[in-house]
Unconditional design. Sequence first.
Length: 376
Amino acid sequence: MELKKIELFELWVKLKEDFETSFGKTIERPAILIRVEEKNGEVGWAESVAGEGPWYSYETWETAWHVLNDFIIPKISKEEEIDVEKFNEMVSNIRGHNMAKAGLEMALWDLKAKIEGKPLWKVLGGVNKNIVSGVSIGIQNTTDELVKKVSMFLDKGYRRIKIKIKPGYDIEPIIRLRKEFGQDLPLHVDANSAYKLTDIELFKKIDNYNLLMIEQPLHWKDLVDHAELARHLRTPICLDESIEDVNDARKAYQLGSAMIINIKPGRVGGFSEVLKIHDFWYKIANRPVWIGGMLETGIGRGHLVSAATLPGVKYPNDISASEKYFEKDIVEPPWILNKDGTITAPEKPGIGVEVMEDYIAKNSKRTKLYIINPKK
Ligand code: OSB
Ligand code: MG
């Protein structure tokens, strides 16, 4: 495709309530929104999920803007024809900064699907039109509040509960939820790297509560320690932060660091790498994946929904309805949960929802337009 324009928007979005993890609390988050337009006027959108601070990853909204503005966009602007499947190669001299790369890469996938007149999920090779949704619940002030939240989400139809844990808030909420909701509640915990291998006795206790998985218990670089921990537990380990590309997935497989991968398109640099990780982990290693989230707006959520239709997605995803996160989303219609706890991937081209362009243009803190003219 021949690009004519790229536009960046810095939009801050308020969450309905703060979301606390082992690395901190988020109440308002930056969304770098990316709009691409090709020569015939077709448009693609995506979102960079770099956060307000370097906690989940080293990237922040400011580094994403900087790397897009000073390195990625200048590089892409020199190309007369862009093949989105070669995007990663084109920016491979830029080390890391996957969330910055993923923002533009996924906007190009949305654009490609729109040019082809097909839903993005079908272009990616998705097969499951109704994707199963879980919720990720932040750390609560009391376990009573946690119990209330869990009941409320189960009433809405969500099919799996994930709770955030941190040292001092781990075994107690697990015991309480098992007591209130029984052994069959599909439950898992996410530690966001808050523990060390020396906490192994705690994990042996957690191992008795029939959890679906334990997500990212140890440091993001510690594939070896995760493998050691896994040897002592029956509960499968799921990696999130540790898997930044398909090579990490290969190493995790060879070492035995995980049974499951939470794939987040932003963390791995976009859909090309999502597909590589999916294909390796599911088709070669024969293991399940699911799609994680980063509190995306309706735009990024559209990309998540598309990814969640892939055949190797065998667990409920951290893809909840728009109303879980925001008073009002920036797409029409907002993402809604069906009564059976699924979200339906749309049949319209691309991500399949209308982007509220006027709202975004009016409310962004910063915008920048790039006119692409490679011949100049
Ligand atoms: O580790 O999965 C995580 C949100 C921000 C940063 C990291 C994580 C999360 C979530 C939220 O768990 C998932 C969602 O978008 O609902
Ligand atoms: Mg996680």
